[in-house]
Design a binder for this molecule. Structure first.
Ligand code: 9MJ
Length: 679
């Protein structure tokens, strides 16, 4: 077509123009994070370049953006001897270690004043070296043992964010750039999900996935993996100069199209380093990649030179590690807990281990499918993961460390609490069939009824509920309202005053709302949102009680399973008796008003999620305000979410919303919007 009619000279010009445009778009996309072109238009430029190169193969150069797709598989990796050794870093595990480092730096420099440091997130990836000659990427190597690494040139060439040709023309003629190749969290999740659906091996963590992807002899495999790189230092520099401060070098790298971590900051003194460390600790979960600490580097290269090295590590830098999120320990036993709805959950009893900043001695194993998936036996050495405020998890067993006397984990045939039969339901859960005969289920049902989002009985904590049930003072939730001061006062850690307070709190809780009451009944699968939907639809208890499975499915968000649970609940005689008792002992609520037709519902049809800490209101108040304006409020971010209200310390929900391109509203914006909406 048109291309074949081009002369070689015209083709050469065209090819050059296209490469410049593509490289410029790559720079904007990967380095500036500010793309100015749609994906489809970018693809068209690439197609055009490919098609001209197909007709004029003499114009193909290794640095052409078309030459990333992966080459023929290698037999083995070549060895690369690093001209300048690639250093490792000493570690600091706490603020004392950081202060000692800073003191040593100042003593060696012979200065009393504060030192300027560059602070960088410490990526948990693979350290690599990239060599550019006359601006063209000619070699990529792993760090290896610091002296000799592996030649992974073909593999690094497939990584989109690594420029094959540096931008501009003021780079040194020979420039070695060092940094970390990593796999972003989202890409890792997707890769593993795909592996799972194909019954392939999943990677344990993003670091292993990055290492595995980079160590492929077939670079076409690497090309399909979501790898990325941040550059953090220079090695060889010949035929050109770099700035005199570390952070300025990184800025200069950026102008050449090399990707730099946007979180890098320059600070003065050790206490500012510690501040940076705590800020990043909070931000850690919401970052799109994994980090395992912070690196502090003396910013002045002259000072770095003065400080020099010990063994393989520079005296001018230190890695301040976050507490490990994964540790090994021994699974001592597995016990079975009975929940509110009878679900029997295996719980791991562990040799206590310090992980993610706390000592962990128990971890839920969810259900027997999970036990089977992990291939666990009692006595196994296991890896425990705890990140942020998340509940600790057993992530895998180490088969090599299994002792000879390891025991199988077996689901009991009878409930460990009430000895009723255990039945397996279709959702991988085992359940005690004892219902409210089972004291464990009674305890959990009462705790749920008393909880903040249900009847909100102030001062009725878990321990007290357990004593009530064990002492036979309470067997149904209605019995709570028959309690008097004396028997309560005689319980452990209780006195006359706290007993009197509890009786008053019970009295206060009698006045409630129908939605709280329904939620408090603890019907399976009926959370707060469903309780609210039932009330909005039926507006009174009698109507809900008598609704059939079919009718219930007309309610927002109620599907066949939930509807069946609701109908079944209200068919059980003892549940109806407890409800009658509750009404008899004084629990009441105001009639639900008819919806006011003319109230503006500006958020009708919208789905909101709240996360983080709010300062002008509680999360419940924010939620109620949104619901009043017609929005539906859910607990997790998905493609159906309209907007995320993100308070302070918003974590993974914020990251997810950002990755899905969902609107994020700060608390201040929300307060302003509320004023507009309510007008
Ligand atoms: C990581 N892993 O993110 C260094 N690193 O500097 C950063 N590693 C490093 N710097 C000198 N940000 C040797 C290693």
């Amino acid at each position: 077509m048109t291309e074949t009619t081009l002369s070689l000279k015209e083709a050469e010009q065209e090819v050059q123009g296209l490469r410049e445009q593509i490289n410029d778009h790559n720079y904007r996309y990967y380095v500036l994070d500010d793309p100015t072109i749609a994906d489809a238009s970018y693809d068209r430029l690439m197609q055009k370049l490919k098609s001209i190169e197909a007709d004029f193969s003499e114009l193909i150069t290794p640095e052409s953006p078309t030459q990333r797709v992966g080459a023929a598989p290698l037999k083995e990796f070549g060895q690369i001897r690093h001209e300048l050794p690639m250093l490792s870093l000493d570690n600091a595990f706490n603020e004392d270690d950081l202060n000692d480092f800073d003191r040593r730096v100042r003593e060696r420099l012979g200065i009393g004043s504060q030192v300027e440091y560059a602070c960088e997130p410490k990526l948990d990836g693979i350290a690599v070296s990239l060599l550019y000659e006359n601006g063209v990427l000619v070699r990529g190597a792993t760090r290896g043992d610091g002296t000799t690494g592996e030649d992974i040139t073909m593999n690094v060439r497939t990584i989109g964010s690594i420029p094959l040709q540096l931008v501009g023309n003021d780079w040194p003629a020979r420039l070695e750039v060092r940094g970390e190749i990593f796999m972003p969290k989202e890409g890792f999740e997707k890769l593993n999900q795909r592996a799972k659906t194909r019954d392939e091996k999943v990677f344990v963590n993003p670091r292993n996935a990055a290492a595995g992807s980079l160590r492929q002899l077939d670079s076409k495999v690497t090309a399909k993996r979501p790898l990325d790189m941040y550059c953090y230092s220079a090695g060889i520099v010949e035929g050109g100069e770099l700035p005199e401060k570390h952070a300025d070098i990184l800025e200069r790298f950026k102008t050449w199209g090399l990707r730099i971590n946007p979180e890098v900051r320059v600070v003065t003194g050790a206490s500012a380093c510690a501040d940076y460390f705590s800020q990043m600790s909070e931000k850690r979960e919401s970052l799109p990649y994994e980090i395992d600490g912070i690196v502090y580097k003396v910013n002045s290269l002259a000072q770095q030179e003065q400080l020099g090295f010990v063994a393989r590590a520079p005296r001018w830098a230190i890695a301040h590690k976050f507490p490990a999120q994964e540790e090994m320990t021994v699974l001592k036993d597995v016990e079975f807990q009975v929940g509110r709805t009878g679900a029997i959950t295996p719980v791991a009893r562990l040799e206590p281990v310090f992980v993610g900043g706390v000592t962990v001695s128990n971890a839920t194993l969810h259900n027997m499918d999970e036990v089977a998936r992990l291939g666990l036996k009692i006595g196994d050495t296991v890896v425990i993961h705890r990140a942020g405020d998340v509940i600790p998890k057993v992530v895998r067993a180490i088969p090599d460390r299994r002792p000879d006397d390891a025991r199988d984990i077996e689901l009991p045939e009878r409930c460990p609490v009430c000895d009723s039969e255990v039945e397996q339901d279709d959702e991988a859960a085992a359940r005690c069939t004892g219902g409210l005969y089972c004291s464990a289920q009674r305890k959990e049902a009462i705790k749920h009824f008393a909880s903040r989002k249900a009847m909100d009985i102030d001062g009725l904590g878990d321990k007290l509920v357990e004593q009530f049930v064990e002492k036979g003072l309470v067997s149904t939730v209605a019995d709570l309202y028959k309690l008097t001061v004396d028997p309560i006062a005689s319980l452990e850690r209780m006195g006359k005053k706290s007993a009197t307070n509890l009786v008053s709190a019970l009295k206060v809780s009698q006045k409630t709302t129908l939605a709280r009451f329904i939620y408090g009944l603890g019907i399976r699968e009926v959370g707060e949102a469903t309780a609210q939907s039932l009330v909005s639809h039926y507006r009174d208890l009698e109507a809900i009680k008598s609704a059939t499975t079919e009718q219930l499915q007309e309610v927002d968000d109620v599907g066949p399973i939930v509807a069946a649970h609701i109908e079944k609940f209200f068919q059980q005689e003892h549940n109806l008796e407890v409800i009658d008792e509750l009404l008899k002992v004084g629990v009441h609520w105001e009639d639900e008003a008819e919806p006011e037709e003319d109230v503006a519902q500006p958020l009708e049809g919208e789905v909101w999620v709240l996360t983080g800490t709010l300062h002008n209101m509680t999360r419940d108040e924010g939620k109620a305000a949104l619901q009043k304006l017609g929005a539906k409020v859910t607990g997790s971010v998905s493609a159906k979410t309209t907007a995320l209200l993100a308070g302070e310390k918003a974590g993974s929900k914020l990251t997810k919303a950002q990755s899905l391109g969902i609107r994020v509203v700060t608390e201040d914006e929300f307060v302003n919007l509320m004023q507009e909406w309510q007008q």
